[in-house]
Design a protein around this ligand. Structure first.
Ligand code: IPE
Ligand code: IPE
Ligand code: MG
Length: 246
């Protein structure tokens, strides 16, 4: 029998791995008649609050969607403002993240990224490598389909080089080729802004995750909103295709 994606078919009271699609910055700014980048700046504040709240609320793995492969199609000004904000977040917050025991990982494609961004990602990962209080994973230049294709390519290269036999490929082995290989199974996906879609986020990992869609715009997200989503998760029963627990 194949292993279940989670050891127990019962809803654990607390999710171990929560992922957030931080959406709605542009609409938040528009409501205030301000440029979209004003919303993105407020979004960084919301991210700071959320990282702190996740630690306090006992979520050990938090993964956030910061910039998708498709977001490069936005106007150049907005793209460069988003990149500046990423630099600012990592540069300004790194000392604090180190001090607070946050381990930072970045998932997504690295090919073609500017040298200073690559350098910053590597520095953040290296400086926080031995931290254990909270695992913060930032999905940057990330697309779920692209991640799966990169994994398939890496497996094919291993197979072509004779390092692995194609029949050995199972879902568990394939997961070892994904960017999330070091993260536990995804339990909960939260999306703000009222949109009800994945937008190419964690396609493979979300197979048996629970979903909470909130009407709040990302810059307004706070501890209470996160706590509410965790309560909603606690009320779910995860069955993983098995029968209801008695
Ligand atoms: C999310 O907010 C931030 C990123 C995608 C980087 P949006 O910029 O998508 O805001 P809306 O969806 O236009 O309101
Ligand atoms: C998803 O939001 C990407 C991030 C939050 C970084 P988008 O705003 O890009 O998604 P769509 O365009 O509404 O699907
Ligand atoms: Mg959006």
């Amino acid at each position: 029998m194949m292993a279940a994606p989670n050891p127990s078919p019962h809803a654990p009271p607390r999710p171990r791995h929560v992922a957030i699609i931080m959406d709605g910055n542009g609409r938040w700014a528009r409501q205030r008649s301000r440029p979209r980048t004003f919303g993105h700046r407020a979004g960084v504040e919301a991210l700071r609050r959320t990282v702190e709240a996740a630690g306090d609320l006992g979520v050990p793995y938090l993964t956030v969607f910061g910039f998708s492969t498709e977001n490069w199609t936005r106007p150049p000004d907005e793209v460069s403002a988003l990149l500046d904000l990423l630099r600012l977040y990592v540069d300004r917050d790194l000392d604090r993240l180190v001090a607070e025991g946050v381990r930072v990982r970045v998932i997504g494609a690295r090919d073609g990224l500017a040298a200073d961004i690559l350098d910053m990602i590597e520095r953040a990962e290296a400086r926080t490598r031995s931290n254990q209080a909270l695992n913060l994973t930032i999905a940057f230049n990330y697309g779920g389909r692209q991640e799966i294709v990169r994994a398939a390519r890496a497996f094919a290269e291993d197979a072509a080089a004779g390092r692995v036999e194609p029949p050995a490929l199972t879902p568990d082995l394939f997961a070892q080729y994904l960017d999330t290989r070091d993260l536990p199974p995804l339990d909960l996906v939260i999306r703000t802004s009222g949109e009800v879609r994945l937008s190419n986020f964690l396609l493979w990992q979300a197979a048996y995750a629970e979903f909470v869609f909130l009407d709040v715009l990302w810059p307004d997200f706070d501890r209470a909103a996160l706590a509410g989503a965790l309560d909603e998760y606690a009320s779910r029963e995860r069955r993983f295709g098995a029968v209801e627990a008695v």
